[in-house]
Design a protein around this ligand. Sequence first.
Ligand code: HEC
Length: 114
Amino acid sequence: MWKLFAACGLLLVILLPVRAADDAQALFNAKCSPCHGVSGDGKGHAGLKIKPADLRSDAVQKLTDEELFKTIAYGVGHKEYPHGFIERGLNAEQISGLVVYLRKFARPTKKAGK
Ligand code: HEC
């Protein structure tokens, strides 16, 4: 019987991180891509009228995780579109997931220079 428990536990450990990553992607595509584009390039359809940041750019990628978190959660320093997603119904865990997800947009060349 304990083997069954162990197997279930193992399955959970494997599946949970995958689910979190999927959630962040789904969340980004639903809440952010209309402006920032699915690839983070800032070319979503709603972004045509305003200029969303290119999330792949060094300007964004050089921000610390904490700065990115605050940007998304509270929209500090934004002129065109104050983000404030904490008030729009996202929780801290979801926003942390988005920060991790945004790191995937970094241009590969950036790391080569390091
Ligand atoms: C209505 C359009 C819109 C939506 C939706 C949107 N953004 Fe933005 N975003 C912008 C604009 C415009 C800027 C440029 C800064 C400004 O507002 O002046 C920006 C800037 C940013 C920046 C760069 C901030 C900085 O300080 O340089 C990050 C990171 C970001 N957005 C993340 C997100 C994430 C994550 C989501 C989804 C949860 C999201 N945005 C949803 C329009 C949008």
